[in-house]
Design a protein around this ligand. Structure first.
Ligand code: SF4
Length: 114
């Protein structure tokens, strides 16, 4: 089961923001910043990963509703598809959702003393 933090729009609770990789590709969250995770996503999307580039001129809302993002979301529910490793690693437990003491990655929210 996936509890997608990228779709967490509950006011007052942490969710994941969309990200832009250094290459200029828009991804649903920072968990696709790593090369392994990015390569797995490119494998899922095939050549369509190019549609995620910022140079396409799409708005963030259009990226969010794109067929590429929908393809990612489909892996969460389709029993015939492998869920991406990033989603399994970051969003397969729900205990830190809606918890004000946790960040969106599940770590403790503690202010660093400087
Ligand atoms: S890892 Fe997957 S489910 Fe979690 S926030 Fe990112 S795209 Fe959404």
């Amino acid at each position: 089961m996936i509890y997608p933090k990228c779709k967490n729009i509950v006011p007052g609770y942490p969710g994941n923001a969309m990200s832009i990789r250094a290459s200029g590709h828009v991804v649903p969250c920072c968990f696709f910043g790593g090369e392994e995770q990015w390569n797995e996503l490119k494998k899922l999307l095939g050549d369509d990963y190019k549609n995620l580039h910022i140079s396409t001129g799409k708005t963030l809302d259009e990226f969010n509703k794109s067929k590429e993002f929908q393809q990612i979301e489909k892996t969460w529910h389709d029993p015939f598809q492998q869920i991406l490793g990033a989603c399994v690693g970051a969003c397969s437990t729900k205990e830190h959702l809606h918890n004000e003491d946790k960040t969106s990655t599940g770590s403790d929210k503690k202010a660093k003393k400087l």
